[in-house]
Design a protein around this ligand. Sequence first.
Ligand SMILES: CC(=O)SCCNC(=O)CCNC(=O)[C@H](O)C(C)(C)COP(=O)(O)OP(=O)(O)OC[C@H]1O[C@@H](n2cnc3c(N)ncnc32)[C@H](O)[C@@H]1OP(=O)(O)O
Length: 213
Amino acid sequence: MRTKEILLYGAGGHGKVVLDALLTSVDDLSGLLVVDANPELHGTEFLGFVVAMPGNCLALAPRNFHVSIGRCDVRRSVHEQLAGRGHEAMTVVHPEAVVSRFARVESGSFLAARSVLGPGAAVGAGVVVNHGAVVDHDCTVGAFSHIAPNATLGGAVRIGPGVLIGAGAVVLPGVSIGEGATIGAGAVVVSDVAGFTTVVGVPGRVLQQESRA
Ligand SMILES: CC(=O)SCCNC(=O)CCNC(=O)[C@H](O)C(C)(C)COP(=O)(O)OP(=O)(O)OC[C@H]1O[C@@H](n2cnc3c(N)ncnc32)[C@H](O)[C@@H]1OP(=O)(O)O
């Protein structure tokens, strides 16, 4: 990894967690550039770095980038813009994440402290596996999904792209969750969930289903 040229896009709460992981795992961050689209953050201090405007970063020479934005759709949009300009997506793994050597992780993902990826797990691009979340054996997690803190996916769960699994939720083994679905915090999902559907509670029940017709 070219550790001296990293672009970190996102200086909110999730960005703080990602930068903390980078500070723990990369020796030389002297060339790190932190940017955020929120004008209120420009020029503010962020774990020892000063937040810059993203305006010119798309024109920078190609470098490694990581989009540290919690919202799945926004993370995906920024990631695709940067990749389209020739920048190279970089995965950030906290040293205290536990990742099976039989797991696969695509570029631009983030594995937080105490997250676990079991053998045979496959995680797509730009995915967040947050603090303490478990993606157990043979699970697949679609691109730009977010497995929030302490959520647990049982074995062979299939998660589509752009899905939020809320904090502390549990998905029973073998269950499939469709693209763009949201699983509420603390839910226990016992059966398949259609795309763009919000499920809450124990056992999980549909709160809302978005029509995409
Ligand atoms: C480090 C980090 O912070 S990572 C961030 C991770 N984020 C999360 O875990 C948040 C996940 N989001 C949630 O759980 C949300 O509450 C959602 C998406 C399920 C629902 O959000 P909204 O659509 O805004 O629903 P809203 O808040 O209006 O609530 C609608 C109803 O569902 C209930 N409800 C909302 N969330 C839940 C939940 N997690 N479990 C059970 N019931 C819930 C509400 O009490 C309300 O019930 P009522 O109609 O009887 O009053």
